[in-house]
Design a protein around this ligand. Structure first.
Ligand code: SAM
Length: 305
């Protein structure tokens, strides 16, 4: 891909670099905040699945500006340091990582937990949705340990076939659950964000990391998936309608007239999983895909007689 082709295609990618954000995702959190005032009164926050760190950047600027804020960022991948952000490298679905995060908030709960986690998508929609749901539930489980009553949880969600199950689970723990689609999130993507406000676990609920949350043992009213009692959460689009549309292509000279100047990414990933493939490609050693039409003879495999 050329140096400007992605810039041409994706206006938020370009704006992120111009404004010093590590990823275009920063706009999603900013647009969600505009709609839901997520950062109001927040001094302690957890950013789950944080790399390369644009949400942590937003959090550290919005709540850590006076030096009083406290942000804990967690990801499988290493992340370049950010001022006022404590980093933990680990898998949020693992007990050991969850325990490490919880330790940071002993006696001083968090006001906000955000999770922009996404699995490496396989293209098999059911599998991708299932993996995404598992990440969300792992994040929710951690949130039940660290959130203060009334606190807020925001997590990426795939609006797939079984999303109602997740909504009903979230409604067990929060007085308000909405599904929000920021303008910077492509329409063509099934991604949206569950915005859960007013943390209010059911009476008698004891957070337990070893217990999956989808056990239907709390408040059966919320777990009716069919019929008229089915949970339907409001769907909200956010971000100014006159702001850029993430599905459109815009000219490179956005301001009109001024010559376009390429801006390098603010912070490239430190050791991305695709690094080895890039090195092999540079050396011309990356195995090429063999397409059936490239095979000289069409072969029919037969079992030995
Ligand atoms: N919000 C980030 C930002 O603004 O820079 C972008 C997050 S990116 C879309 C998704 C991240 O989820 C990846 O960095 C990936 O490593 C992380 N992730 C996926 N599964 C994870 C897991 N089980 N535990 C921790 N992080 C995970």
């Amino acid at each position: 891909m050329g140096r400007t082709s992605k810039d041409k295609r994706d206006v938020y990618y370009r704006l992120a670099k111009e404004n010093g954000w590590r990823a275009r995702s920063a706009f999603k959190l900013l647009q969600l905040d505009k709609e839901f005032q997520l950062f109001q009164g927040v001094t302690r926050a957890v950013d789950l699945c944080a790399a390369p760190g644009s949400w942590s950047q937003v959090l550290s600027q919005k709540i850590g500006g006076q030096g009083s804020g406290h942000v804990v960022a967690v990801d499988l991948q290493a992340m370049a340091p950010l001022p006022g952000v404590v980093q933990i490298q680990g898998d949020i679905t693992q007990l050991s990582t969850a325990k490490e995060i919880i330790q940071h908030f002993k006696g001083c709960p968090a006001d906000l937990v955000v999770c922009d986690g996404a699995p490496d998508v396989t293209g098999l929609h059911d599998v991708d949705e299932y993996m995404q749901a598992q990440l969300l539930l792992a994040a929710l489980n951690i949130a039940t340990h660290v959130l203060k009553p009334g606190g807020c949880f925001v997590a990426k969600i795939f609006r797939g076939r079984d999303v109602t199950l997740l909504y009903s689970q979230l409604r067990v723990f929060f007085s308000s659950v909405l599904c929000a689609k920021p303008r910077s999130s492509r329409n063509s993507s099934i991604e949206a964000f569950a915005v859960c406000q007013g943390y209010d676990p059911p009476e008698g609920f004891i957070p337990d990391l070893s217990k999956p949350l989808l056990d239907h043992s709390y408040d059966p009213d919320f777990n009716q998936l069919d019929g008229p009692t089915r949970i339907i959460v409001p769907f909200v689009t956010c971000g100014d309608l006159s702001s850029y549309d993430s599905d459109r292509s815009y000219p490179l000279d956005l301001e009109g007239g001024s010559e376009y100047k390429y801006t390098p990414p603010t912070q490239p990933p430190i050791s991305p999983p695709y690094q080895e493939a890039c090195t092999l490609k540079k050396k011309g050693q990356l195995a090429k895909e063999i397409r059936p039409q490239d095979c000289p003879i069409s072969r029919v495999d037969t079992f030995p007689q």
